[in-house]
Write a protein that binds this ligand. Structure first.
Ligand code: FAD
Length: 577
């Protein structure tokens, strides 16, 4: 460092710097100097924070950078620069996004006796991050997972998809190490804006566990199925190295509650074991229907929650690439294109309804995501390369509590949504022939463009252009019988509207497979907004997607961190008290 130059850790963040798609590496520094009107020798280092694509004008796609800049400026020079750009929201001191633990380590009890460990139930992103954080803070958590470790789970799930193994209700796309997102596209972004330090913490831990470092800097990062399995194993190793423990084949089927206060004292497992617990984090995902029923009979606060239902649609990936990237489709810096669509219905009887695309997987596969025998559920996944021939996404319609009520045992049945999901999943199972093949239909037949008689044969007609990717296989059927009539009508209205956004979207041969029911949790486990503890069961921490506090891998992991913080604070306070 030259004399008088500030510590290079003092950096400025420049955002929204646009460069043409084909720019050279060196153009970046030159563009920074031009933008800040500084000579090149004042720019000491450029660190990539985020890179995104601006494709609003397909003819002139640009890359948009957010950069941290280390400048050869003394303090006065830096202040002068900031003053010059005072009105510019895109140049600011770099924000502090370092994550800091809320407690330094578990307090030591005065008697020397070990307090009961926190128990985390569910090894999905929420449970794994809750356990990791508790382990990092020195609490030696015990993590219980009903399914198998990711290697044995992968063998069961891929075996089922390939038709080599029967469906296993305890080891499938929903249950087992890594949770629901293990065989997925591994998209790591959230619909809601999360605090940056939490996002950074999750991404850095995923990289430390084996994910590619590019997820730290891409605007819309994704990991991909096989890589996710490696990452999940890496997370487990880190928890164990820090004194935590992970047990598979451990199905929580009861809670040990204090008769007076209802506080959780421990958990019961299906194998008859009872375990003492200092606190219980419930990160069970949205598909643990038996566990929700157990919680209801244990009197844990539980309420029905709206979610969405629909179908999965497949198109050739190049069709989506052309619509989004125009002449730049196929450019190596762009990769396969994504889309996000919303339609607000206006047709008679559909006022207030909407349709949106859900969990879009570029270059991916549609997969069987059921967790109960006798049901068919679709979802999507992809490899890191996203190089399968089809793009797929869910097209789903939100359902309200009023829609769910007729399926409940009474007006306020919190499990009405589960009964609703099960009803339509079983319809799809029957329509698919009762073999776990999924019912499928071309858009032409679904929209009634082909005569009704041709509808059931729809899936085969266009297979020359769109091969269904669903595993374990599809069977031609009329999908209009597999969904509530208002969902069918909403989808029929939305498809032509989406065609106006993406030419070819509602083409005759586009392929629909169903049903898509596991979009988010059908229940919520209410909790106190600050302590995150269950509304009526002290010591129980409902967390993640199943409890209704997350939607996706990133937000589930962040909720796991937030809950771990509250557990750590409560356990520390307890032992001090
Ligand atoms: P889960 O991941 O569901 O984990 C819950 C865990 O708890 C499971 O492992 C389950 O076996 C276990 N469990 C349940 N009950 C018990 C019990 N009684 N005892 C012990 N263990 C129990 N999200 C994205 O952000 N990006 C994507 O690309 C994406 N793609 C997806 C693709 C597929 C095929 C699926 C199914 C989901 C996808 N999702 C995706 C959604 C995402 O996976 C979930 O939002 C996320 O996994 C929720 O995390 P969670 O930890 O809250 O619950």
């Amino acid at each position: 460092l030259q004399q008088g130059i500030r510590d290079p850790r003092t950096v400025l963040r420049l955002s929204e710097l646009k460069l043409p798609l084909d720019h050279q590496e060196a153009d970046l520094a030159a563009a920074v100097c031009r933008r800040l009107r500084i000579p090149p020798e004042q720019l000491r280092e450029v660190r990539l924070v985020k890179r995104s694509v601006d494709a609003r004008r397909a003819a002139r796609i640009s890359l948009v950078y957010s950069l941290d800049l280390v400048l050869e400026l003394d303090a006065a020079g830096e202040q002068r620069l900031l003053r010059r750009f005072a009105g510019d929201p895109h140049l600011r001191p770099t924000p502090d996004t370092v994550y800091r633990h809320v407690v330094d380590g578990p307090p030591h009890s005065a008697t020397g006796a070990e307090p009961p460990r926190p128990i985390v139930v569910g090894a999905g992103p929420c449970g794994y991050f809750a356990a990791l954080l508790l382990a990092q803070m020195g609490f030696r958590p015990l993590l219980l997972e009903r399914g198998k470790d990711v290697r044995r789970r992968s063998a069961d799930t891929f075996g089922f998809w390939r038709g080599q193994q029967p469906f296993n209700p305890e080891s499938n796309a929903q249950f087992g190490e890594g949770g629901a997102g293990t065989f997925s596209d591994g998209k790591l972004y959230s619909q809601v804006s999360e605090p940056k330090a939490y996002v950074r913490k999750v991404l850095e831990e995923l990289v430390a566990a084996g994910a590619n470092a590019e997820i730290l800097t891409l605007h819309r990062p994704h990991i991909g199925t096989f890589k996710l399995a490696t990452v999940v194993r890496g997370l487990r190793r880190r928890i164990e190295e820090l004194g935590g423990e992970v047990r598979f084949g451990s199905l929580l089927d009861g809670l040990e509650l204090d008769p007076a206060s209802r506080a959780v004292r421990g958990v019961h497992l299906a194998d008859g074991t009872t375990l003492e617990a200092g606190a219980v984090v419930l990160a069970i995902g949205h598909s643990a229907r038996d566990t929700f029923a157990m919680l209801q009979s244990a009197g844990v606060a539980l309420e029905a929650k709206p979610f969405a239902i629909g179908l999965r649609i497949e198109h050739p990936q190049p069709l989506i690439d052309r619509a989004r990237w125009g002449p730049a489709a196929g450019h190596p810096r762009l990769g396969p294109a994504e889309y996000k669509l919303v339609h607000h219905c206006a047709g008679p009887g559909l006022e207030g309804r909407s349709v949106y695309s859900f969990c879009m997987c570029p270059g991916g596969l549609v997969v069987g995501a059921a967790s109960e025998p006798g049901g068919v559920v679709t979802n999507g996944m992809s490899q890191h390369s996203r190089n399968e021939r089809n793009a797929n996404s869910g097209l789903v319609v939100p359902v309200s509590l009023d829609d769910l009520r007729p399926y409940g045992r009474d007006r306020d049945d919190p499990l009405a949504g589960i009964a609703f999901q099960r009803h339509w999943e079983q319809r799809a199972f029957v329509a698919g022939g009762g073999t776990y093949e999924a019912p499928a239909q071309q858009v032409a037949a679904f929209l009634g463009r082909t005569p009704p008689g041709a509808a059931s044969g729809g899936a085969t007609e266009g297979q020359a252009s769109i091969t269904p990717s669903y595993q374990p296989g599809v069977r031609p059927a009329d999908l209009r019988t597999c969904l509530p009539s208002y969902v069918v009508a909403a989808l029929q209205e939305a498809l032509p509207a989406f065609e106006r956004r993406i030419p070819g979207f509602a083409m005759d041969e586009a392929l629909l497979t169903g049903v898509e029911t596991r979009t988010s949790s059908p229940v919520r486990l209410p909790r106190h907004s600050e302590t995150l503890v269950s509304r009526n069961t002290p010591g129980l921490y409902p967390a993640g997607e199943g409890a209704g506090y997350a939607g996706g891998i990133l937000s589930a992991a962040i909720d796991g961190i937030k809950v771990a913080e509250q557990v750590a604070l409560a356990l520390s306070a307890c032992s001090k008290g």
